[in-house]
Design a protein around this ligand. Structure first.
Ligand SMILES: [Zn+2]
Length: 265
């Protein structure tokens, strides 16, 4: 079936407190927003995915694995995939190569400690690379990445600065298919006025899905437990899943399965 079906990947960046730590906001209010993702958001998401029998990919920073090992184990026990998402949600471009290598290694170590398994996919916490990131992804033998934007509904191979293929597959992301620009509200570091009407977000996501389905491509959606985990937004996710299922044109898969299914066509 996967030869012709759209590959729908529901991905969740399980940042928890690490998002706010990386922004230097470690006072009780922002840290509690992170904790909400681990205590409330994750439970709602896991329960919806179980009801719908959908496998998903969760990108987990090392800090989240150390703070919430039981939640990360629950994700794995439910059959979902875990990807690398930094150590304490660092933006790679702010790190010297030795620091970036250390963050990558510490992130892997934390995930192996909790899940017993090495991740084979990566998502940059800032959705951007430093000049060293690609080389480090090869060094640590990652097979795919999901941070960049040179396509929308098609996977592609990342090339090095010289234009040579790296063997690393990109599952492109986009701000259109990310819950944060629509919903995330924060006063600092800049005033981000999220709080979009969930119905508006659903209309955009359904339209993007139709685009992916037209070419039986990839529909790669990014969400965050501390953002989409709110009740009103979970309704949007549930309705989107229904739209995708009712179309009969897609299968929900992990990022690793999407890569192997799309590459085998
Ligand atoms: Zn993140």
């Amino acid at each position: 079936m996967s030869e012709t079906k759209t590959q729908a990947t529901l991905t969740f960046d399980f940042d928890a407190e690490s998002l706010w730590m990386s922004l230097g906001q470690m006072s009780p209010q922002p840290m509690s927003r992170g904790k909400y993702g681990a205590q409330v958001g994750i439970e709602r998401i896991l329960s919806l995915l179980e009801r719908e029998s959908i496998p998903a990919t969760f990108f987990v920073p090392g800090e989240t694995a150390r703070r919430h090992p039981d939640k990360v184990r629950a994700i794995v026990d439910a059959g979902h995939e875990i990807g690398h998402h930094g150590d304490v949600h660092e933006a790679p471009a702010t790190l010297a190569i030795d620091e970036e290598r250390k963050c990558m290694a510490r992130g892997i170590e934390a995930l192996v400690d909790v899940t017993g398994k090495r991740p084979n996919g990566y998502r940059s916490p800032s959705w951007d690379f430093s000049e060293n990131t690609l080389g480090l992804l090869k060094e640590f033998e990652f097979e795919w990445d999901s941070s960049l934007m040179a396509d929308d509904f098609r996977i592609y191979e990342l090339e090095d600065a010289g234009g040579d293929g790296t063997g690393i597959t990109e599952l492109p992301v986009s701000y259109e298919l990310d819950d944060a620009p629509y919903y995330l509200f924060a006063f600092m570091p800049v005033y981000l006025a999220g709080m979009s009407d969930p119905d508006k977000v659903l209309r955009i996501w359904e339209s993007e899905y139709r685009g992916a389905a037209e070419i039986s491509g990839l529909f790669n959606l990014t969400m965050h437990p501390q953002i989409t985990g709110r009740y009103s937004r979970m309704q949007v996710l549930e309705r989107l899943i229904k739209t995708i299922k009712d179309s009969g044109q897609a299968e929900f898969v992990t990022c690793s399965d999407a890569v192997s299914n799309l590459k085998s066509r």
